[in-house]
Design a protein around this ligand. Structure first.
Ligand code: MN
Length: 416
């Protein structure tokens, strides 16, 4: 395998599902897991089996059905957690036990109330036990970025010695900066003598909006697994957004010469499925999958897009499987875009008629945020009806009902 290959570890069903408002039923998790398989992620973290019976059931059913990706189950460094995770993964073609313990003094003292030595012992014991259940064991040092570096290096060396095949160093609270993250991964890989025997992994949170940038910095520092979620959902401000990492690697492959196995065209369908199942909308300006990510309302931008898409787009909506209906009509739109929309709707409008239609639409746009296709049809129809009699005036708020069923609304009017 190329040493530039970066494994995508999707934790939408674990860290993502843990976020307020995102809990899913077992059948919904299964549906999402099928889509994540189509998306091409390398590892699906399917749940935290000890946390609830339905989590255990979800991991077990996903393990039964989804055969290509590795299925991971989370477990604290407790025997009961590890046994439950192992049981949930029994049917898996390739199962991974993912065990974790905090390594920062703050977490050890304030939360776990154990010493560093006790932490080290628990980590090693758990990894050894997990390795008796499966060959694929991931260890996470929770709050790694706030841990003492010397102690962290001791833990990492010991868990690799005990059989951990992946070592994850989470920025649990999203506090790291990008240069720090890169140096952190570089330093640990240099200082830990057996580092070459494990894959290093980043798990970044977005509390400062740096999750994606930090994940990429970690890869530049030698990490070869990134933990991320669809739409960037996750605890608090969320995890690193899968779609942003993948498309950053793709669009800027000149700077990021890394390989991932993700099928770009399944990105938008994955985002949409998650939105539908969770009932939680994506913010409109969200990179890659937001409703406005490939939309243009301002006249100058619309004119550019009509002439050459590359003027204002660095990737194509089609590349991520999203619909491309880029010209949103609103009060910032120009006549080119209005004329184009009319033409798309089968209405040839030009000259004085275009001036009139444009004026009437802009009058509506002042009050409405976005003009729909039905607004356009209604206004053109109103202008045409008004002209022969010379009455001239169109009351735009009066017109839509007359032609509301003329055409179904399309594209961006429907939201994500
Ligand atoms: Mn997390």
């Amino acid at each position: 395998m190329s040493d530039q290959r970066v494994h995508v570890f999707d934790t939408t069903l674990r860290d993502g599902e843990q976020a307020p408002g995102f809990s899913l039923r077992v059948t919904e998790k299964l549906q999402l897991a099928r889509q994540l398989d189509r998306l091409g992620v390398d590892i699906i973290e399917a749940g935290f089996p000890i946390a609830s019976p339905s989590d255990a059931e979800a991991v077990r059913r996903i393990s039964q059905e989804i055969r290509r990706p590795v299925i991971a189950a989370l477990a604290r460094c407790h025997r009961a957690d590890l046994e439950k995770a192992a049981w949930s993964l029994e049917p898996a073609a390739r199962g991974r036990i993912h065990t974790f313990i905090a390594t920062s003094d703050l977490h050890l003292q304030a939360k776990l109330r154990i010493s560093r030595e006790q932490c080290l012992e628990a980590a090693v014991d758990s990894v050894r036990f997990a390795r008796q259940q499966t060959d694929d064991v991931q260890f996470s040092a929770e709050d790694a970025t706030r841990s003492d570096l010397d102690f962290l290096c001791r833990v990492v060396e010991a868990v690799i010695e005990a059989g951990a095949t992946t070592v994850n160093l989470p920025d649990t609270v999203g506090i790291a900066t990008t240069d720090e993250t890169r140096e952190f991964f570089t330093a640990i890989r240099q200082r830990v003598p057996n580092a070459d025997r494990a894959i290093f992994s980043a798990h970044c949170h977005d509390d400062l909006g740096l999750a994606v940038a930090n994940s990429i910095a970690a890869v530049q520092g030698g990490a070869r697994q990134v933990e991320c979620t669809v739409n960037g959902i996750g605890e608090r401000a969320g995890n690193a957004a899968l779609e942003e990492i993948v498309m950053a690697f793709y669009v800027r492959r000149d700077r990021f010469p890394y390989e991932v196995g993700v099928a770009h065209k399944e990105i938008y369908p994955s985002s949409e499925l998650l939105t539908r199942l969770s009932g939680q909308p994506v913010q409109v300006n969200k990179a890659i999958v937001g409703r406005n990510a490939f939309a243009h309302e301002a006249g100058i931008h619309q004119d550019g897009i009509l002439k050459d898409r590359r003027t204002y787009e660095i990737m194509r909506a089609e590349d991520v499987g999203a619909p491309w209906n880029p010209l949103v009509l609103g009060k910032h739109s120009g006549r080119h875009a209005v004329q184009k929309r009319c033409k798309d709707l089968g209405l040839e409008v030009e000259g004085a008629e275009l001036v009139e239609v444009y004026r009437a639409l802009m009058a509506i746009a002042d009050d409405r945020k976005i003009l729909t296709d039905n607004d356009v049809i209604a206004v053109v129809s109103g202008v045409r009806t008004a002209q022969p009699g010379g009455a001239g005036h169109v009351d735009p708020f009066d017109t839509p009902s007359k032609v509301a069923h003329a055409l179904p609304e399309r594209g961006y009017d429907h939201g994500v």
